[in-house]
Design a protein around this ligand. Structure first.
Ligand code: MTE
Ligand code: MOS
Length: 770
């Protein structure tokens, strides 16, 4: 038998990111690189100086008179002054009458150059009447501040009875910090006016359709007048899910008013101050358990600093509850969310979407029980994993049918040599030196699907031109995660052509309408399926055509690598396309996909919100200097489940990147607001993301290559973007172990996150070290 050469870059192959070389050489085009038409104007935002105040008077004369200034907008100039992504009418483009956080956009300057616009903003005289403000979530609860959106309750079983009957109980509380997205490319929008009511907006957005709808809403024009285009983002991480609309609306408005192109690009400091971040949480829990360490009841609340408006806080705080069980079965459980209003920037999506802030409580509960019983936390985790019938229902009443957590953990325990290394760490610490070590294994089970069920749909558009080249468009956006590469691999695979034949094109609302945000890790699940559907429609037409043309049965038409076999004849893809074109075959198709079998009743707190789960585990080892609180991560071993990977190279990169980003969230990245409500960590000088040198010295990342999604996802793969973000909880717990060693592990140190060296030192001191 003759072996067919495989196509280059098909599915399940390690294929480098389609733009990797352009990212490093600087050739990749971002919004700010688009050639500006003559006469392009530049916008800049004037930000509130108060956390909560009435605007008594605004004197913008000096701003208007400044060199280069063309126009100044205030709320009164905005036709429909709202960009709330959830229709709550609480997200003004420009503050109207009052400001609700320090940094809120109050006015916008349009000038000939960016520098002129920026300098002019400093000349405004705004008179405020201060109102009491609250920035912290605990203060907000105390002050009786409202929820920004309806809270959620998940409940199963009789919690009070199960708690009362439990042989052991403990209560705890954990603060979990927020996080700035620190995308390399900040927010940016660039608008070109068209004729009549039309406008085209280039936006760095994960959600072009929402920007389109919001720009239409603000301008008072229908969606068909607005076209939004994004070739790629320099990172989004959730920060560009709802936040880009404000910037897009300002430039669209100015572009229409002045008939000129208009661009806005805030400085990093303003981007950090004026746009939403990960929610920090204040979580409280009570757990009842037995002497084996098995959980009997969990009662927990999750209060989040949502900021001044709802934004996506409803879905984010819901997802915290959805993940508070992690991979563990809670026989009786009650979980409630408290989406607190605060006078801070409105917090938003960030990798994991609230899931990490909930999931960390599942892991903290395991750690707490282990310390209470003097056990290895791994043993407690294993005792609580979801199991078969009777131990397989989540707090939201979805049955877990696909758990592979035991296998993942068993394999990782072996490959990381966990048991021997834990013994070595205990022995090391027993010597009582200044440097203490810790080692911990933590797990992840992450639900895949948007919990807003209608978002689980996608579209794609595939054209085959008559020279045989393929044009691919889909509703997802590229932010570095490699989505375009994966979707192109799927299309190449359907046609059995080399990947370089498939041209990836910019996402635009004009080609695929009504798309969902590229979020919830579902980009390749949804768009991969939609593109496959489009490609298969064309392929079916080609098969019909070839069968008829050559008088063979349809099953005699076979797409082989870069060749089509039609009966006894073989033709190249180019030849077939040429014949099909001349035979007047429709060589373009719109594809569609919606996730099957999911439903969610929020009021009842019951349903099957997730199509499936992704699993993973990590073992981290750290060394802590107990005199200073400084630490290093010595070694990390990860085993992560991506089903049958569409692209193991890209997926591994996602796991590594997510781990390091999550490690930053839990260790060094600290957001700090002063008593005036001013964010003081608004630049890399004061906000510390992980450096290349913070990468663990040994970093073994492996995909569970035996895993196959049991659901019929795109080529049986699983989503990868967010789940591994939670693996570095193992780093936090390893730090905790090193700290606990100073008091012979008698007590769980209950480190809050981020566990900065300062916080680690405080915990050591509190436990009586030195
Ligand atoms: N990877 C890179 N390089 N840049 C990003 O902005 N965003 C993350 C993740 N990985 C992000 C990333 C987030 S928050 C999500 S939801 C997913 O990618 C979105 O893309 P996907 O659905 O295609 O995985
Ligand atoms: Mo990701 S937080 O869902 O954009």
């Amino acid at each position: 038998m003759r072996m067919e050469p495989a196509i280059r870059g098909g599915v399940h192959m390690a294929q480098r990111h389609d733009s990797a070389h352009k990212h490093v050489t600087g050739e990749a085009e971002y919004t700010d690189d688009i050639v500006e038409p003559v006469g392009t104007l530049h916008a800049y935002l004037g930000l509130s100086e108060r956390a909560h105040a009435e605007i008594v008077a605004m004197d913008l004369e000096a701003v208007r008179a400044a060199p280069g200034v063309v126009d100044v907008f205030t709320a009164a100039d905005i036709p429909h002054n709202d960009v709330s992504p959830v229709g709550k009418n609480d997200d003004p483009v420009l503050a109207a009458g009052k400001v609700e956080f320090l940094g809120q956009p109050v006015f916008a300057v349009i000038a000939e150059t960016r520098d002129e616009a920026r300098r002019a903003t400093k000349l405004a005289k705004v008179e405020y009447r201060d109102l009491p403000h609250v920035t912290d979530v605990a203060e907000a609860i105390e002050a009786g501040y409202p929820f920004v959106t309806d809270p959620l309750k998940l409940e199963r079983g009789d919690v009070a009875a199960a708690m009362a009957a439990a042989p052991r109980r403990l209560k705890g509380r954990m603060r979990v910090g927020g996080q700035d997205h620190f995308y390399l490319e900040g927010h940016i929008a660039f608008a070109l006016p068209g004729e009549d009511d039309e406008v085209t907006v280039y936006s760095s957005t994960q959600h072009p359709s929402e920007v389109q709808h919001m720009v239409g809403h603000v301008l008072g024009v229908p969606s068909n007048a607005v076209t939004v285009i994004v070739r790629r983002m320099g990172g989004g991480f959730g920060g560009k899910e709802s936040q880009p609309s404000l910037f897009a609306a300002i430039v669209a408005l100015a572009a229409k008013k002045w008939g000129r192109a208009v661009k806005i690009r805030p400085d990093r400091d303003d981007d950090m101050t004026a746009t939403g971040k990960r929610h920090d949480f204040l979580n409280e829990y009570e757990v009842g358990f037995d002497d084996e360490g098995r959980v009997l009841a969990v009662d927990a609340s999750f209060a989040a600093r949502c900021g001044f408006s709802a934004d996506l806080s409803g879905a984010v705080t819901d997802r915290a509850l959805f993940h508070a069980d992690n991979a563990y079965y809670y026989p009786a459980v009650r979980l409630v969310s408290k989406p607190m209003k605060t006078n801070t920037v409105s917090n938003t999506a960030f990798r994991g979407f609230g899931g990490p802030q909930g999931l960390i409580i599942g892991e903290r509960i395991m750690e707490e029980i282990a310390y209470a019983l003097g056990k290895d936390p791994l043993e407690v985790r294993r005792a609580n994993f979801y199991g078969g019938p009777g131990r397989d229902v989540t707090p939201y009443h979805q049955t877990v049918t696909d758990s592979i957590i035991d296998k993942v953990v068993d394999e990782l325990v072996a490959s990381s040599d966990y048991a021997a290394r834990r013994r070595a760490v205990l022995d090391w610490n027993a010597k009582g030196g200044v440097i203490r070590k810790g080692i911990a294994l933590s797990t992840v089970k992450f639900g895949i699907s948007f919990t807003a069920t209608w978002y689980n749909q996608a579209g794609a558009l595939v054209h085959v031109y008559n020279d045989g080249s393929i044009h691919l468009n889909h509703g997802g956006t590229e932010m570095g995660q490699g989505l375009n590469t994966k979707v192109a691999q799927v299309v190449a695979d359907v046609f059995q052509v080399d990947l370089d034949r498939v041209k990836i094109t910019a996402t635009t609302t004009a080609k695929v309408p009504n798309t969902s945000a590229t979020a919830a890790s579902s980009g390749s699940d949804l768009n991969g399926m939609a593109a496959q559907n489009a490609a298969e429609q064309i392929k079916d037409r080609l098969v019909d055509f070839a069968a008829e043309q050559h008088s063979v049965e349809k099953d005699q038409v076979v797409f082989e690598p870069n060749m089509i076999r039609i009966g006894n004849r073989r033709v190249s893809f180019d030849e077939l396309i040429r014949e099909a074109y001349l035979g007047r075959v429709h060589l373009s198709a719109a594809g569609f996909y919606k996730t099957p079998d999911i439903h969610w009743d929020r009021a009842a707190g019951k349903g099957r919100p997730f199509y499936y789960y992704a699993y993973g585990a990590a073992v981290s080892e750290v060394s802590v200097d107990t005199l200073t609180g400084e630490y290093v991560v010595d070694r990390v071993d990860v085993l992560h489940d991506v089903g049958r990977s569409l692209n193991p190279a890209v997926d591994k990169g996602q796991v590594e990147g997510a781990f390091i980003q999550g490690m930053g969230w839990l260790t060094t990245e600290e957001l700090w607001w002063d008593d005036k409500g001013r964010l003081r960590t608004h630049a890399p000088s004061t906000y510390k993301i992980p450096l290349a040198s913070d990468r663990p010295a040994i970093f073994n990342v492996k995909l569970a290559d035996w895993s196959v999604n049991r659901e019929a996802t795109i080529r049986r793969s699983k989503a990868v973007g967010e789940p591994p973000f939670m693996l570095p909880i193992s780093v936090l717990e390893a730090l905790s172990m090193a700290v606990a060693s100073v008091a012979d592990y008698r007590e769980c140190p209950r480190l809050d996150a981020p566990a900065t060296p300062e916080r680690v030192l405080a915990a050591i001191t509190r436990l009586g070290g030195w």
